[in-house]
Structure formats: C-alpha cells, structure tokens
Design a protein around this ligand. Structure first.
Ligand SMILES: [Zn+2]
Length: 702
C-alpha cells in the first residue's frame, strides 16, 4: 500500500514537472519579446492552444476569486478596476486563435475551435453569473454617487453593472443554471452554423471544360479560374469557379452562358439549405428558440428588445421606423432599374422573363451603355498598393498621422503586411496589419477588422493597439498585381475606418472601449465618402503599368454612375435587415416553425421583386446567426444616416479635409468610443442629431 502511494506521488511529480516544461516552451504563455509585443505567430503551433487556454482560464478564475474573497470592502479600485483588467492572459491568447480560425483554418483548427468553444463559454458564463462578484459590483454601484468618480469611471461602473444584470446575475439560482445551459448551446450552434457555411462555400465547384462556356468572362477571371483548377489533379487544365464572392459575383456579371449563371447563383443562394449534413435550417430554428427563451428569462419580450436596449436605436420600432421609411423609395428605384434591365435584355435578345441570375449581367451591360464604364476599364487604376496609399493619404490629410511599412516583424499569415502608425509628431500609435486576399477554404468570406491588443492605459502608460484588417480580394494573377474592383476599393477604405477607430481610441478602461453595433459603422462608413472624391482619386488612382493618373473622363463616370444600381443595392440590403428583425422580434418559435416559408412570407408581404434575392438568405446569414449582428444587420444603414450627415460637416466648410472638423470627429467620436451614449457623442461632434436627407441624396433615392 505504501509503495503504491509512493509511486503515485512520483507519477504526480513527473506530470507536474512535465507540464511546467510544456508551459515554459509554450510561446502563448511566454512573455512576447517581439517588436511592440506582436504575437510570435510563426512560433505558435496548434498543440499550444489548448494548454494555454486552460492555463489562462485558470489564472482568470484565480483573479476573479481574489476579487470576490478580498477581505476589504468593495471599492472602485479593488473591484471595478480589478475586474476590468482581469483575464488579460486570456485576452492575449484568444485573438490569436480566433485569427487563425478565420484566416488560416483547416479541419484540425476547426476541430479545436469546436473543442474550445464550450470550454470558454462555460468559463465566461461562470464569471458573469458569479454571485459573489456581482454582489461586490452591486455594492460599489449602489454607492456610486458618493465615490467622486469622473465621467468615464461612472460610465465603466454603470455599464459593468448593467452587463451583469443582462447576463442574468439577478436571476434566482435555478434560472442561472438554465441560462448557463442555454448560452452554452447557443455558442455551439453559432460555431456549427459558421463551419457549415465554410464547408458549403468551399465544397461547390463550377467546373468548366468547354472554352465556349467562358464567353464574356474577363481575362483575369479566366486566369484565376484556371489557377484554381490547376491546384487539383481532377480539374487540371479546366476552369473552376466557386461560391466565394470574388469568384461568384464577377461570374454573374460577366458570363454569357445563362444556364451557368443560373447554376452558380442557385448554388450560392442555397448554401446551408441542401438537406445534407451541413444544412443550417434546424440550427436556425434552435437558435431562434434558445434566444427567445433567453430574452424572456431576462425580462424582455423578444430577443430584439434585449439586443437593442444596449444600442443607439434602443427599441425595435425605431429600427422598423427607419427601414420602412427607406423601403418605399428603394423599391421605386429598383423597379425603375428593372425596366432598364428588361429593355436592355430585350435588345440583347433575351426572350424569357428576366430572372435573378440575369440582373447583375444586364446591369453591367446597362451600366456600360449608360456610362460606357466597365469593371475591366477601371481595375488597372486600382492596384491594391495604390489604393492603400490613397487610404493613408486621406488619414494623413485628416489627422496628420502616417503609416510606415515594417520589415521583419511576425505576421499573422505570410500574405499579410504590417505598418507602424505614428502621430504627426512621431509618437507611436499602434500597428496595422493588412491581409487582403481570398483563400477559399482557409479564410472565411467577407472583409473585417479585428485586432490582437486593444488600446488602454496601464500604470499611466498608453498601451498601443495591434489592429488587423482582413479581406477576400482578387489576388494577383501571373505577373499582374492585385487590381481591385470599385467595390473592393470601397471595402478597403471601410475596413480601414474601423482600424482608425481602434488606433485613435483613447480610453482608460477596457469596459468603455467598445462602440455599440449601430454606432461602430460610423467610423468605417464615413471613410467611404472620401474614396471616390475626385481630389482623392487623383492622388492614388494611377494606372498600374503606365503610372498615369486616372483620366478626368473616368472620374466623371465613376461619380455619375455611383448612384446607379442603388435601387437594387438598397433593396437587397433592406430585405436582409427586415428578415433579421422579423426573426428576432418573434415572441415564440412554434414547434412546426419552417424557416423557408417564414423567409418567403417576410419578403413577399413587403413586395420584394422576385429578381432581387435578399443580400443574405437565412441559411447563410452569418452576420445574424453567429453572433455580432443579431437584430443588428440594420446597423449599416442606421450608421449611414450618421456617416452621411457627419460627412456633410466637412462638405459644408468647403474643404473635405477640414482639419478642425477632423479634430472634432477624432476627439469627440473616435477617441471616446464607448465613454458615453452614442447619440451624445454624435451631438457633441455635430451640434445636432442627424437627419436622413443626406443619406437619401447620396443614394439617389430622394
Ligand atoms: Zn464595418
């Protein structure tokens, strides 16, 4: 017996020392001795994540315990600040993994994400429902008026208190347990939805082996399709088109073969709706049901009410009010465009009814007829590196800041590049990574801005942010550089706007560093106003071969054609936004709830044209079914009301780079992030609340 005990102890000792060795050699747990503390991406292996996550959660838990068990009375410092900075190791590790999972994923990474998701969601759930922690926060909250807090501290405290309340900290114990379970299920379903979408997007291939079927497609499209085909011996020598946006959208615009356009569009529209193992319909139903239950438990009628309480909009009627006001002019304008499409289709010999797979194709023809402007005419002036220079130019004109390419720093992916951002006086502001090319199967679709470290202050010192923008742009083919479409160019300005908000933020606590979902698109969308301003185009839109400035004639066409197609664009966007709101304002989800018929009804009752599918159909509506934009897809147009109105502040001075207006925008909006109610920040900047006229005018819907 004694012997066995000894053996066990010895075994135990071995395990411990072995684990310590692993910890010491795990780069995720080491100090990062890299320039500016950039994550040492190249040193991190997949097997490092799980032990690092477990260790970081253990440390976070210990930090929480020490707040809860502090023998001193709760104070702002020992409770609110201590909680605000807790979990820093976990905050350091998670963005590295979530970046890997979004930009360089594979089956193993996906499997690990699936394993980690329930662990982290359980971890955060336990903290947000920790009764001892909530009691201490509440105790500080209850005496908040006698603490002599400044405005930012008061905001941190009230938001923190509200956050706990919204997470269920005030619920009785049995309900708390139920909520934990629901949250865990929701986060598993989010992950499953997203992974199904990646699989469904990557699995479909439109293989063309007959050269005639390539008719209409640009040389760049054909080359890209041929390169894609070459990567697989089964398709070598053929052409492969996929469902990622850079492949499918130009195909729909250019391909003369109507049957193939139909095939690829239907495949695109039916992602997650193929009754196979990657089908998302049951997942959506379960998600809606769980979210409705959650909202009810927390005292809200619907999940939308729960979500919106925290946003600028506050109530579902405010959202519907805006969407409904825009719907009518959008449809009127779309019908006008449809007439154009029909007449050009008839001229081109289409005998059939014009269908959804015809719209983008004839729109391109109509566009080129009206404005004599084609995508391939424009792309040579929008080399990615030139667009980037244009973006940096605008930032420099507005805020005096500069960006310098960095060599020899760790990168999140070999295709990414890094820039140092500095104030006019040379002060370091932060690092910006850019990773812009599509990598089907490895990178999730779309474009986004993320980061590895948020701005804050620690011991009186500013902590500089590490920010990253990611895209799925047309990659360089052969010897040609990456030549962007106007849409991609605009997207790059957009994501950079988010990055600027992170780089120029100046808050003292993590808890006030975020903007609400419907405010956060203001900094990004306002950047889109500069992108095609003639005086900006002249700076960056240069021919990639000759270096010549974009001709004035093309600038005029870009400006004039900008509003054409807004009927379609606004309608498809509003349709998706309304679908989102309709789902999340449901009071209950009946047992026989059918996703497809609900979707159809929601769109039919508003008179959506059959030729215009919503920008996202339910089964691949990642924005709303995997988290961030639930009852929040409206945010883009909500923010567009703000950005259109805000841009007017520059225009009204007669100088789109007016330094005083820029300084005010930086100081009152960008720097302050979540330090106050969004509408207050906006009014501080603009002097009044925004109206929708500027938006209608910009979109040509007035
Ligand atoms: Zn955005």
């Amino acid at each position: 017996m004694k012997k066995l005990l000894l053996l066990l102890i010895a075994a135990g000792a071995v395990t411990v020392s072995c684990q310590q060795k692993n910890e010491a050699s795990n780069p995720l747990l080491a100090e990062w001795e890299t320039p500016y503390g950039i994550p040492p991406f190249e040193d991190i292996k997949l097997e490092h994540y799980m032990p690092a996550y477990l260790k970081a959660m253990e440390i976070h838990k210990a930090e929480i315990d020490s707040i809860v068990n502090n023998p001193q009375d709760p104070t702002f410092e020992n409770t609110i600040v201590a909680y605000d900075i807790s979990g820093s190791l976990l905050d350091k590790i998670s963005p590295v993994f979530s970046s890997l999972n979004s930009v360089n994923s594979n089956k193993e990474v996906m499997a690990l994400a699936k394993e980690l998701s329930p662990l982290t969601s359980k971890h955060y759930n336990e903290i947000s429902l920790n009764p001892g922690l909530f009691l201490r926060i509440k105790s500080v909250y209850d005496k908040r008026d006698s603490l002599g807090l400044d405005a930012e501290q008061m905001r941190l405290l009230t938001e923190m208190y509200k956050g706990f309340e919204r997470s269920g900290a005030n619920l009785p114990d049995d309900k708390k347990e139920e909520l934990k379970k629901i949250n865990g299920q929701i986060s598993d379903l989010h992950l499953a939805f997203g992974q199904n979408l990646v699989t469904e997007t990557a699995d479909f291939k439109l293989i063309i082996d007959n050269q005639e079927d390539l008719s209409g497609l640009s040389e760049a499209m054909i080359n890209a399709a041929s390169e894609r085909a070459a990567s697989d011996s089964a398709t070598k020598g053929k052409w492969v088109f996929g469902l990622d946006n850079p492949s499918v959208m130009p195909f729909l615009q250019q391909a003369d073969n109507r049957e193939l356009r139909k095939t690829i569009l239907l495949a695109y529209l039916n992602r997650g709706n193929n009754n196979n193992e990657s089908d998302n319909k049951e997942i959506i139903k379960k998600l809606l049901d769980l979210k409705t239950q959650k909202a009810k438990m927390l005292g809200f009628e619907t999940f939308a009410d729960y979500q919106l309480e925290e946003r600028m909009a506050k109530r579902p009627d405010a959202v519907y009010n805006l969407l409904d006001r825009l719907w009518k002019p959008a449809i009127v304008s779309a019908v006008r465009e449809l007439e154009d499409m029909k007449s050009i289709a008839a001229e081109e010999g289409l005998k059939d009814v014009l269908e959804a797979w015809d719209w983008r194709y004839y729109f391109e023809k109509s566009l080129s007829k009206k404005f004599n402007l084609t995508d391939s005419q424009l792309r040579p002036y929008f080399k990615l590196e030139n667009v980037r220079e244009g973006i940096f130019y605008v930032a420099n004109q507005l805020y005096g800041i500069s960006f310098t390419l960095m060599e020899n720093v760790p990168l999140p992916h070999p295709e990414a590049v890094a820039f140092e951002c500095k104030e006019a006086d040379g002060t370091h502001l932060g690092i910006l990574f850019m990773d812009m090319f599509a990598r089907p199967g490895a990178k999730r679709g779309g474009a986004w801005c993320t980061g590895y470290r948020s701005q804050t202050y620690r011991d009186g010192q500013r902590v500089a942010p590490l920010v990253s923008i990611v895209g799925n742009f047309t990659r360089p083919v052969g010897n040609d550089p990456a030549l962007l479409s106007l849409d991609e160019t605009e997207t790059m300005f957009h994501e950079f706007g988010h990055a600027l908000a992170s780089l120029l933020k100046n808050v003292h606590y993590y808890g006030v560093g975020g903007m609400t979902r419907d405010f956060v698109e203001l900094p990004s969308q306002i950047m889109e106003h500069w992108v095609f301003e003639p005086q900006v185009l002249k700076v960056y839109a240069k021919h990639y071969q000759t270096g010549e400035d974009i001709p004035q004639e093309l600038i005029d066409k870009i400006v004039n054609s900008g509003k054409y197609g807004q009927g379609f664009a606004t309608t498809e966007y509003l349709a998706a936004s309304l679908l989102d709101m309709d789902y999340h304002t449901l009071k209950e989800i009946p047992a026989g709830f059918d996703i497809l018929s609900f979707e159809k009804q929601a769109l039919d009752k508003r008179g959506l044209l059959p030729q215009i599918p919503p920008r996202y159909r339910s089964t691949y509506f990642n924005h709303i079914f995997t988290g961030g934009y639930t009852a929040g897809y409206y945010s883009y147009i909500w923010a567009e009301v703000l950005d259109s109105d805000a841009y007017q502040a520059f225009v009204e001075t007669g100088d789109i780079f007016n330094k005083d207006v820029a300084a005010k925008f930086r100081n009152e909006v960008l720097a302050r992030a979540g330090q106050d109610e969004a509408m207050k920040l906006y009014v501080n900047f603009r002097g009044k609340e925004p109206g929708i006229d500027a938006l209608l005018k910009n979109r040509g819907l007035n």
